[in-house]
Ligand binder design. Structure first.
Ligand code: FAD
Length: 470
């Protein structure tokens, strides 16, 4: 089966639901599609399968598969991947559609690292990764990736924690596979994915062999529990425009005696490679991040520009500065993705986004998204915090007052529509969620700084200055 339709994915979800252990607001979920809030997250993933022109003919598989699974071999492949993620985000109203993007980010990093480990240690991981990749691509599956461990006391290493399972750990080695215990945090769209790829979150050292593990499992594997965050941007927000059609959730993902067969284990005990795998995945995934973030910014830019006109202030200098601030943000995201693709690193026959430009884009995004939100708030005015409710806006008696008193240069009706969107983007629980996401998702700022300084060539500039001082 290749290139599924939306309905095929939804049917697979219906089937999977029966065996999955998912909790939402204290209750066990029987069916995503019948749940008034969670069905939207499922339909959001389903949109992946409706995205136009999403396939390509893969010669090695002799089949048409999703473009997300196209292994990047050169700059053009990475540029096309950036465009794919950007366009797919626009297709979902500015909301990232993570499943095959994060899944392929993980697969590409596993392909590279497994080859290196095999060569050095005479293991057979690459063959297993390849088999899994083919299985996933041929079945056009939706994936999630659980990398971030819950981590306990951040000043302590995995092996030093009071509880040994604050980083996911192998608790038993069997003839036919391993058993793992622990928990991963913030796993996006996990419970609507069909497969979960698990990666180590950091470098490990001798004595931490049992934490040095990578594998994949179906999301309905026994012992796997998903606890979904509350979807506050939608529930109780009747005026929501974006989230009522597209949003993504995260889970606290608990592994209780989860069995993983050997053919699904891609790293086990090779602690020297754990950090490299974690970083390589982070580089691929941050390239994905700067690609979708430039598309998300379109929402802010378009809304700010239209609201400036609706308020009659589009020619004011400070408003132009607000709009320029958002343009700067968007285009720095886009530029860093393009340069990362053009100046890629190449390893094991795979093109890797340039980690310096990827991390620069990611860090800029972390530090400046809050200013994008501030620019929209500045142009929109305080009304986005105090706008009457959707129920009042739709009340037959009150509607005329609303439209009369909330008019600007645009009519009340037109301006209210824009204000509702601006409220969702800049003055709602969705904003709070996004501010955290833009700071932490795809790795904290410190993680990007470490990645950037490690890769940066300071030697050349030191020599340059030393030569001047001679
Ligand atoms: C919306 C969202 C979606 C996400 N989706 C996914 C996903 O799909 N899969 C996935 O695996 N992860 C996902 N993440 C996780 C994301 O990568 C992490 O949030 C990020 O790596 C930060 O980790 P943390 O949340 O545990 O924060 P922490 O690590 O607790 O960070 C808090 C602070 O502590 C600092 N800190 C932590 N450890 C140390 C240390 N040892 N020394 C010094 N300072 C330290 C950090 O730099 C930071 O300043 C997602 C996160 C968000 C917010």
């Amino acid at each position: 089966m290749v290139l599924r339709k939306m309905e095929e994915y939804l049917n697979s979800l219906r089937e999977n639901d029966k065996h999955k252990e998912v909790y939402y607001r204290g209750k066990k979920i029987r069916s995503f599609l019948e749940h008034p809030t969670l069905n939207i997250a499922a339909k959001h993933t389903a949109k992946l399968f409706e995205f136009p022109d999403r396939g390509y003919y893969d010669e090695t598989m002799n089949e048409e598969i999703s473009k997300y699974f196209k292994v990047p071999r050169n700059s053009d492949d990475l540029l096309n991947r950036h465009t794919l993620i950007y366009n797919n985000t626009v297709f979902c109203k500015g909301v990232f559609n993570i499943s095959q993007a994060i899944g392929s980010d993980a697969l590409f990093s596993l392909m590279i690292v497994s080859k290196i480990v095999d060569r050095k240690l005479n293991t057979n991981y690459y063959e297993k990764v390849q088999n899994y990749y083919k299985y996933v691509a041929k079945n056009d599956l939706a994936l999630a990736v659980a990398q971030t461990d819950v981590k306990g006391d951040r000043s302590k290493r995995p092996s030093e924690q009071d509880d040994p399972y604050l980083y996911l750990k192998v608790s038993e080695v069997k003839k036919d596979g391993i058993v793992v215990n622990g928990a991963k945090a913030h796993t996006t769209q996990s419970a609507v994915a069909e497969e979960l790829i698990v990666l180590p979150t950091r470098a490990m050292k001798e004595g931490e062999e049992l934490y040095s593990v990578a594998f994949s499992i179906p999301t309905n594997t026994k012992g796997l529990k998903f606890i979904i965050r509350p979807i506050e941007e939608l529930e109780g927000n009747t005026s929501s425009i974006i989230s009522k059609e597209d949003y993504e959730f995260e889970t606290l993902t608990i592994f209780e005696n989860v069995f993983v067969p050997w053919e699904r284990v891609f790293l086990f005990k090779e602690y020297n490679f754990s950090g490299y795998l974690a970083n390589l995945f982070a580089t691929f995934h941050r390239f994905t991040a700067i690609s979708y973030r430039s598309a998300l910014t379109d929402l802010y830019l378009g809304t700010t520009s239209l609201l400036a006109k609706a308020n009659g202030i589009e020619n004011e200098k400070h408003v132009r500065d607000d709009i320029l601030n958002i343009i700067l943000y968007k285009e720095i995201m886009r530029m860093s993705a393009i340069v990362s693709a053009l100046k890629n690193n190449y390893q094991e026959n795979i093109a890797i986004p340039n980690p310096i430009y990827t991390n620069i884009g990611k860090l800029y995004s972390n530090e400046n998204f809050i200013k994008v939100v501030a620019s929209l708030i500045d142009v929109a005015g305080g009304i986005i915090a105090t706008l009457p409710s959707e129920e009042d806006l739709n009340n037959d008696e009150l509607k005329a007052y609303m439209e009369k008193f909330l008019k600007g240069k645009y009519s009340g009706k037109e301006r209210i529509k824009l204000l509702k969107l601006a409220k969702e983007l800049a003055s709602s629980s969705f904003t709070g969620y996004l501010l955290t996401l833009m700071l932490h998702a795809e790795g904290s700022m410190e993680a990007s700084k470490i990645g950037l300084i490690r890769e940066y060539n300071l030697k050349d500039v030191e020599t340059f200055v030393e030569n001047i001082l001679k």
